[in-house]
Structures are given as structure tokens and as C-alpha cells.
Design a protein. Sequence first.
Length: 144
Amino acid sequence: MRDVTTILLVEDDPADITIARLAFRRASVPNELHVLHTVEQALLYLQRKVPYAAAVRPDVIFVDLGLPGTRGEALLEALRDDPDLADIPVLVLTGSDDEAAIHEAYRLHARCFLTKPVDLTLLLEAMTAMDGFFGELESAPEPS
């Protein structure tokens, strides 16, 4: 069993990052949050390339689809296509509830699609409700 769940959050909005930090602090599972702002940074981190050579493999990734530059779907696709990373659960957090985007995220192997509520309290509640998901991670076997 892991002592700490390592979370990678790929998000560019400072307000959403602040809310996510609060929500993860309130989570019942001890966690370590790493925040990156672009798909390019996330890929360097996940592939442990400079400047992230000592990066810890995340247990779960939260990604916003509406990132500037390369969109979050590109990260989902890269993870799906990389056998060393394909088993990391990815949860999509986005401001859109576009049905095509939801289907595309699941096609690219996202485990969950959460539309960010406009109300900040609701976003905190939605992210804190992920405690059950973290519990599943606690009982999952270590990656090989």
C-alpha cells in the first residue's frame, strides 16, 4: 500500500489550481500534488526529461482539455500510445460539457470526465468527492 498518492495536475488557470490544491488538501487520502501548466511540460515530466529527470511517476493525472497551445487531448493521446504510461488513470477536468469532447476523452482512455462547475464551492465538492477514487488507487497493485 502506498503512503502517499502522487497527483499530477495539468492546469493553466490560477484560480482552478488554487481550488484543486484546497480540494486535495481536504481529501482523506494523503497526497502529493505536482502542478504543470502545459501538455509539453507534462510530457517532459512523465518521460522524466530535463528539467524533470527526478520526477515521481504519478498515481493519477488530472488534465484540463482547454489548455493554451497544445490541448489536453494531445496528452491523453500520448499517454494512451505510450506503453510505459498508458496504465496511469487520467481524469479530465474542463469547463466544457461538449458531448463530442466527452466522447473523445473516453475514446482516448480517460477514466472520468468532470465538467468544472461555475460555482467554486461545487468544484471543491466535486474534487473532494474523488476520495473514493483515491481509495481504489490505494488498493491497486504497484506498476511494474
